[in-house]
Ligand binder design. Structure first.
Ligand SMILES: [Cu+2]
Length: 135
């Protein structure tokens, strides 16, 4: 279980109430896992959200459980799944790395880092997902 290209989108607002985190959560093992919780010392609360469009209006809703099949992955990106990072305890600086703890359904905990950035880092999950062509 790992997060590749994890990043937090820096807000243009001086004291944002919430920020969003993105990245590719990959399950490298042969058993299905599920993320059932998350926390970070930089935020009062961290939840997993999905964005759904209802009657043409984009809304966010909390996902209590993010399931990852064996050798599967979940892509968190702007406009889709994301980490909702509530009430930053302090201002975050661009380029800073913020620790995040993911709690799995089997009780395991995975410590990862997210980089604070204005835009998706090179190679990270972005609004237009890259398609990998295998020849
Ligand atoms: Cu959200």
């Amino acid at each position: 279980m790992a997060v590749d290209g994890g990043w937090i989108r820096l807000s243009p607002v001086p004291q944002p109430r919430m920020l969003a985190g993105f990245g590719r959560i990959a399950n490298h093992c042969g058993d299905a896992v599920a993320v059932v919780g998350a926390s970070s010392p930089a935020f009062a609360e961290v939840t997993v959200h999905e964005t759904v469009v209802v009657d043409g209006v984009s809304r966010m809703r909390e996902l209590e459980r993010l399931a990852l099949p064996a050798h599967g992955e979940a892509v968190l990106q702007p406009g889709g799944l994301h980490l909702m990072l509530m009430q930053p305890v302090r201002a975050l600086a661009e380029g800073e790395r913020v620790p995040l703890l993911l709690e799995l359904a089997d009780g395991a905990q995975v410590q990862v880092e997210l980089e604070v950035a204005r835009n998706a880092p090179e190679g990270a999950a972005n609004e237009a997902p890259a398609h990998h062509h295998h020849h």
